[in-house]
Ligand binder design. Structure first.
Ligand SMILES: NC(=O)c1ccc[n+]([C@@H]2O[C@H](COP(=O)([O-])OP(=O)(O)OC[C@H]3O[C@@H](n4cnc5c(N)ncnc54)[C@H](O)[C@@H]3O)[C@@H](O)[C@H]2O)c1
Length: 321
């Protein structure tokens, strides 16, 4: 399908959320508050759950903007501009994201063909974990062009990194430019070598704020980011507000054609010698999905870590296909 045809078929005011558990319902709630869409369809294997969430979230509409939020079926999502998939098992305490692969690939084998056979024209935004593997699965099962199958990737992890740095440096997180790249999971990499605060190199800014122990501090911050999902799951069983905010931001970038640079998960084609694996790298995102990946400067060590992260993912790629 060429880009122009697609533009005619999608309703830019419509989103679908498949999977209405913690993440799907928090996402729908966040989207309702954003006023980005005038129609949100909720789908879940448990219809009562979808209907209950739709009703509950709808009762917030009078405090937001007029919109319709309802439980539906796959026939209702054909023209949705963005189809967000959050269905599937979540991590239990001490489980890694990669431990979910078999269960969730099986769930994707039931969901993606329903979307593909209706020739849905929207962008698929994959959130379920392991998000990199499932984005690969969704690309292969849907047959859609790769630019319109996006994983939320390390957008959340990058927000966590900015939050940690912002606390450490006592500066607005929006003034911090830094990325987590690679797997959304245990092998992810904090790309500190290119990190800066409004153009000032991170280490220089740290010294401006009285922090001189760079290696220990950055190692600790990267560890905190990597382990934050484990900590939250240990304490409250699931994570959902952070990811809901990340998904809302990705939707905003797509719908408003912002061409913002986000570390979403996408298929690699030889960058840093990595191919046929989906992982997160900063990319320009707009109304057609991923426009192009942005090759940020990485140190030798970060490149080696990125290759290791890709290798970790490669061992799982293609499971169940
Ligand atoms: N990418 C991220 O950064 C991120 C962050 C948090 C959670 N997650 C992932 O999001 C997913 C959902 O987490 P959760 O906490 O909402 O789990 P949950 O158990 O609360 O919800 C999952 C929902 O999926 C539904 N479901 C299962 N199979 C389905 C199918 N075939 N069709 C439609 N719906 C189906 C279930 O009925 C349930 O309502 C998990 O895989 C979790 O790991 C990702």
């Amino acid at each position: 399908m060429n880009r122009e045809n697609r533009k005619e078929q999608v309703n830019l005011r419509k989103a679908a959320v498949i999977g209405c558990g913690f993440v799907g319902s928090a996402t729908a709630f966040s989207l309702m508050q954003s006023g980005l869409f005038s129609e949100i369809v909720l789908i879940d294997a448990d219809m009562d759950r979808a209907e209950g969430e739709a009703l509950d979230i709808s009762h917030g509409v009078p405090f937001s903007r007029h919109m319709k939020i309802y439980a539906g079926t796959y026939d209702d999502i054909v023209d949705a501009a963005i189809i967000i998939i959050t269905a599937g098992a979540n991590q239990k305490p001490d489980e890694t994201r990669l431990d979910l692969v078999h269960k969730n690939v099986a769930i994707f084998r039931s969901i993606i063909p329903e979307i593909a056979k209706r020739n849905c024209a929207g962008i698929l935004l994959i959130v379920s974990n392991p998000v990199d593997i499932l984005t690969y699965t969704a690309i292969k099962l849907s047959g859609f062009t790769e630019n319109r199958v996006i994983g939320s990737g390390t957008v959340l992890d990058t927000a966590r990194l900015k939050y940690e740095l912002s606390e450490h440096l006592s500066v607005d997180s929006r003034s911090i430019h830094a990325f987590i790249i690679g797997e959304h999971g245990d092998s992810e990499i904090a790309a500190f070598s290119s990190a800066n605060v409004s153009g000032i190199a991170l280490s220089e800014f740290c010294e401006m704020r009285g922090h001189y122990n760079h290696e220990a501090n950055t190692r600790q911050i990267a560890e905190n980011v990597k382990n934050s999902a484990y900590e939250i799951i240990q304490k409250k069983k699931a994570t959902y507000y952070g990811i809901a905010s990340a998904v809302r931001r990705i939707c905003e970038v797509i719908i408003r054609d912002e061409k913002s640079i986000l570390p979403v998960s996408s298929m690699m084609h030889g960058e840093y010698g990595i191919e046929d694996v989906v992982l997160s790298m900063p990319a320009i995102v707009g109304k057609y999905g991923i426009e192009t990946r942005v090759p940020i400067d990485l140190s030798e060590e970060e490149i080696e870590d990125l290759k290791r992260s890709a290798q970790t993912l490669k061992e799982f790629v293609g499971i169940g296909l």
